[in-house]
Design a protein. Structure first.
Lengths: 149, 496
């Protein structure tokens, strides 16, 4: 039997869908690599948000509602039902919005999307980051290199 | 009902300030003095430092980001035994000459003697192994910065750093798993414990009073070292209470305690050393994650524009968070992570009354707005760091102020990096050096403590951390904190 995924700590199904749609624009999937909307990245983001102070969680929850709702005024449909191009255009609007709270909210979502994606071991190969290393301390290696074989 | 713990001295906080006070008073345990250190955070040992960003956020208050109400800036501060010295890089600056004399002059504090403070630095440096490392410590990231500065004629200076037997794993900011970084976690706290000081992790102090403090001890998280006390409410009875909870927390604790006659300046005049990271994409490997990350700085623009530039390096998430925009540009740039050279701008911000810690209910919030001067300094710095990296051979340069994403060699830095990009929320500047809030001075209307850190009107409550600073130190503050904490500890020792 497949493992049942651990339930989200912060996301509801609705907020998870909105966050996933945002995260997929922040770090988009490509043919050779996943995006920040991958299940593992979402888990990391969910856990990190759940550990923020209550005030921050409340703000993020409310902002995800705003992200889902606001596009209805312009495009007649919610964020998760937009095309990729329109999602990106809407996020660029939030990022540079004259309303500071919208910019701040976008920065918060971007931060957690990036944490989810770049905080996982699977991504490190893509960026050639070796991760924690206990076997190759830098100066010891250099000394050995200088000494030669 | 709270249990009661009787001590002579209760020290709140275990970072540069609290750890130093504990070590200095510790010898008194031999003659029967009872000294306790209460730290909000857990007591993590070297084996708990996993070198993973997503896990090591637990070493920081609020997982590493305490945003100002304006979202201009987010502050990181250690919240564990060792405080911020557990997560700093070990960059060791003496207070610039004249700084303490200025504090004494402006604050009407003749007993705050610059010569006395300066004389403490060499001895503390010896105790914590602070020294100028040899050139053989230089990794590619530091070499690139040095060469870029040299080609432009900028002075390149070396830091003192407090490390011993560093093997260059590069994970200083996630806790040193080898104990090579000689912060209070490795030096002062072990010395204090060996002498008989009672170190109490997971102990959040809610209120201080003239004869003690009240708080709550939480259960130790798995993998951390528990203290000797069971979880639950606790009331300390103490002859002296030392408040060294860090500049984000010390003034908030005094405000929450509703001390009679507390200065209206409490919580005010906070400075943060606003910082911004930027990156040069080099044609070959840099691998800044290998070797000690910080060796050099330039003060070329300190006098003229109010900032230093230091070498730095960060792990993948923090690096990505320091990039502008989103989408394929960001992801593509991150693919060159191994080729990125990285530097940090530190701005000398001014102490202004409206930048402050205040309470909303019992919760502390930080009001801070970047001044016009700080904003201009940040923009100037992002352009100049770009020039340094292009001089060193970078192919592309990126800072959070870039619009569009990056500047390639030959493009106009001034056009791509503009003040108009520095919008609250779009660009969140970072800080790791909060200072002020309990500033020293003679006048109760404009200062919180006297020259020995004693809260005006409450002689048994002594502040001993960066919140004492009346203005920014302009340099990484921990050594100055230790010197002031040592002075204040000596005054406490004379009293008890």
């Amino acid at each position: 039997m497949p493992d049942t995924p651990e339930p989200f700590r912060f996301f509801t199904p609705r907020t998870a869908a909105t966050f996933s749609a945002v995260a997929g624009c922040i770090v988009p999937a490509e043919a050779t690599s996943p995006g920040a909307d991958s299940p593992s990245a979402l888990r990391i983001a969910d856990r990190a948000i759940s550990e923020r102070p209550e005030r921050d969680r409340r703000l993020l929850r409310a902002f995800l509602g705003v992200v889902e709702f606001l596009p209805r005024l312009r495009y007649g449909r919610g964020f998760t039902r937009l095309t990729r191009d329109r999602r990106e255009a809407f996020l660029r609007f939030l990022e540079g919005s004259p309303v500071a709270r919208l910019r701040q909210g976008f920065f918060g979502l971007k931060t957690f999307a990036l944490l989810g994606y770049y905080g996982q071991d699977e991504t490190w190969r893509e960026i050639e980051y070796p991760g924690p290393r206990t076997d190759a301390p830098f100066y010891e290696l250099r000394r050995k290199e200088k000494q030669g074989p | 009902m709270s249990r009661v713990v009787e001590v002579d001295v209760l020290i709140i906080g275990s970072g540069a300030g609290g750890g130093t006070v504990a070590a200095r008073l510790a010898p008194m345990c031999a003659s029967g003095a009872r000294i306790a250190v209460a730290e909000t955070g857990p007591w993590w040992g070297r084996d708990a430092f996993s070198m993973r960003e997503t896990e090591m956020v637990r070493l920081f208050r609020d997982n590493g980001a305490v945003p100002s109400t304006s979202f201009d800036i987010a502050v990181s501060a250690g919240e564990c035994i060792g405080g911020s010295t557990a997560v700093y890089t070990g960059v060791t600056f003496r207070a610039p000459e004249g700084l303490v004399a200025g504090w004494a002059r402006e604050g009407g504090l003749p007993e705050l003697d610059e010569a006395d403070v300066q004389a403490r630095f060499p001895r503390i440096e010896e105790e914590i192994d602070a020294h100028v490392p040899g050139r053989d410590m230089e990794n590619a990231n530091n070499r690139i910065f040095r060469e870029g500065c040299e080609r432009l004629g900028h002075p390149v200076k070396q830091f003192r750093v407090n490390i011993r037997d560093c093997i260059g794993c590069g994970f200083c900011n996630l806790g040193c798993p080898y104990g090579a970084k000689r912060g209070t976690l490795e030096v002062q706290i072990p010395a204090a414990v060996a002498a008989g000081v009672d170190v109490i992790p997971n102990c959040r102090i809610e209120r201080v009073m003239d004869d003690g403090a009240e708080g709550v001890i939480a259960a130790a998280p798995p993998g951390s070292r528990p203290g000797a006390h069971e979880p639950g409410e606790v009331r300390f009875r103490a002859r002296v209470v030392v408040v060294a909870a860090g500049a984000l927390s010390s003034s908030a604790l005094l405000l929450r305690s509703r001390l009679e006659g507390l200065s209206p300046a409490c919580g005010r005049y906070v400075t943060l050393h606003p910082a911004l990271t930027s990156f040069g994409r080099m044609p070959g490997p840099v691998r800044g994650y290998e070797g000690f990350p910080k060796l050099y700085y330039t003060d070329r623009f300190s006098e003229s524009h109010g900032y230093y530039v230091e070498t730095a390096f960060y792990f993948p998430f923090v690096t990505a968070r320091s990039l502008p925009g989103f989408g394929p540009d960001l992801k593509g740039f991150m693919r060159a992570y191994g080729n990125l050279a990285c530097a940090l701008t530190l701005v000398h911000d001014e102490a202004e009354a409206h930048n402050r810690i205040r309470l909303v209910g019992d919760k502390a919030v930080l009001d801070y707005r970047l001044s016009a001067a700080s904003r201009e300094a940040i923009v100037h710095a992002q352009r100049e760091v770009g020039r340094i990296y292009f001089a060193a051979g970078a192919e592309e340069y990126v800072s959070l102020l870039n619009s569009p994403f990056g500047v390639t060699r030959g493009e106009d830095l001034d056009r791509h990096i503009a003040l108009s990009s520095l919008k609250s929320g779009k660009v969140v500047v970072s800080s790791a050096h909060p200072m002020g809030g309990c500033r020293m001075g003679a006048d109760r209307a404009t200062s919180v403590t006297d020259a020995w850190g004693r809260v005006h009107g409450h002689e048994s409550i002594v502040v001993a951390d960066a919140s004492l600073f009346p203005t920014s130190s302009h340099v990484n503050p921990y050594l100055t904190i230790m010197a002031l904490a040592e002075r204040n500890a000596e005054a406490i020792a004379r009293r008890i």
